[in-house]
Write a protein that binds this ligand. Structure first.
Ligand code: PLP
Ligand code: COI
Length: 354
């Protein structure tokens, strides 16, 4: 399928690269293609960034039949632009599609579309230290139907946003609230997918945690409320008495591409990583015994975010004196070094856009 390109005649003014924040600015163009039953995916095009026209009955507005992905384009020191493991994101997008009864996309074609769009908006890929171009592919149902059934008409779109750090405090450790009242996912549900609805249901806990000064919530399993799952926008790792532990992907947790990469990176450096169930009680006991050495989150947006404090009920657990730990710092430096092309990519994780 060809991608038809229509360039904007009124490019926007670019934001100050030192004050990008996360998801505040969008580039000049977007990618769109349509799905219609009988025809499949068609009409791939890059057009000036602008609103969609949707029927008020469009199914996504009523039943949230929507999935998305998140990846980034990075500006290398030599000026070239590269993506980080885009094939993993597109494979995961199809996993999400399957769960939400959304027709699958051609993964290779979707990567071609991402590359073409980033190329058209290449002057939006920021150069400032710590910045990148966030890529948001998403698919949503547009049939004007208030009956509940899988859509026959959908839109696949990609938008781009130049970003800095996800958390306003940058690499400074974040404070995380262990959620006891609400749950995010159960096995058999959609926790392992990037369905927009997963995020809608997480807002309430996040809002309540924010009132207490915590930036995000750590979710426990939805059945026993005992086992640690993940944080709102990142997977979690703990270093307990020398062992690096991350919750195993039991079906209710998103299989992060950063998580996968960090496991591979740690193993390549000789660390032992345990992917296993970790209960909140075990974590609290480790803290009380002085054995909780480090904690950090991993995600495309969050990169490596050290966790400086956890709160579970009345127990406040400062981690590593609220400072970034040795392993977290090494992981941040190595991962971002590969992403920004400062360190040789011996894993073959990066792909230039052309
Ligand atoms: N968990 C959730 C709920 C997320 O939204 C994200 C972000 O995509 C992650 C984990 C980390 O996934 P990834 O490393 O693929 O960005
Ligand atoms: C990402 O890291 O790509 C995410 O999707 C996290 C968040 C912005 C939802």
């Amino acid at each position: 399928m060809e991608i038809k390109i229509t360039r904007t005649t009124s490019p926007k003014q670019k934001p100050d690269q030192k004050a990008l924040g996360f998801g505040k600015y969008y580039t000049d163009h977007m990618f769109i293609m349509n799905y219609d039953e009988g025809e499949g995916w068609h009409d791939a095009r890059i057009v000036p960034y602008g609103p969609f026209q949707l029927d008020p009955a469009a199914m996504v507005l009523h039943y949230a039949q929507e999935v998305f992905e998140g990846l980034k384009a990075y500006r290398r020191a030599d000026g070239e632009i590269q993506l980080f493991r885009p094939e993993k994101n597109m494979a995961r997008l199809n996993v999400s599609c399957d769960r939400l009864c959304i027709p699958k996309i051609d993964e290779e074609f979707a990567i071609k579309a991402i590359k073409a769009l980033v190329d058209v908006d290449s002057d939006w890929v920021p150069t400032e230290e710590g910045t990148s171009l966030y890529i948001r592919p998403y698919i949503f149902a547009v049939d004007p139907q208030v009956g509940v059934h899988p859509a026959k008409h959908l839109i696949f779109a990609i938008i781009l946003s130049p970003v800095g750090a996800y958390y306003p405090q940058g690499l400074a450790p974040v404070k995380i609230y262990v959620e006891q009242k609400y749950v995010r996912a159960v096995v058999g549900g959609t926790g392992y997918t990037k369905a927009g609805a997963n995020y809608a249901i997480s807002l309430k806990g996040q809002e309540e945690a924010a009132k207490e000064g915590y930036v995000q919530t750590l979710w426990l399993d939805g059945v026993e409320r005992k086992y640690i799952e993940e944080v709102g926008a990142m997977n979690v790792f703990f270093k307990i008495d020398g062992e690096i532990v991350t919750p195993s992907l039991v079906g209710s947790i998103l299989g992060g591409i950063t998580r996968m990469s960090i496991v591979e990176l740690l193993q390549s450096k000789g660390y032992k990583v345990s992917e296993r169930r970790l209960s909140i009680d075990e974590l609290c006991e480790a803290f009380k015994a002085g054995k909780l050495e480090e904690a950090w989150g991993t995600g495309t947006a969050a990169v490596i975010s050290p966790i400086g404090e956890l709160k579970y009920g009345d127990l406040v657990m400062p981690v590593n004196n609220g400072e970034i730990g040795e392993v977290s710092q090494m992981l941040y430096d190595t991962l971002t070094g590969i992403q920004w092309g400062k360190i040789e990519d011996t894993f073959g994780w990066t792909t230039k856009i052309k």
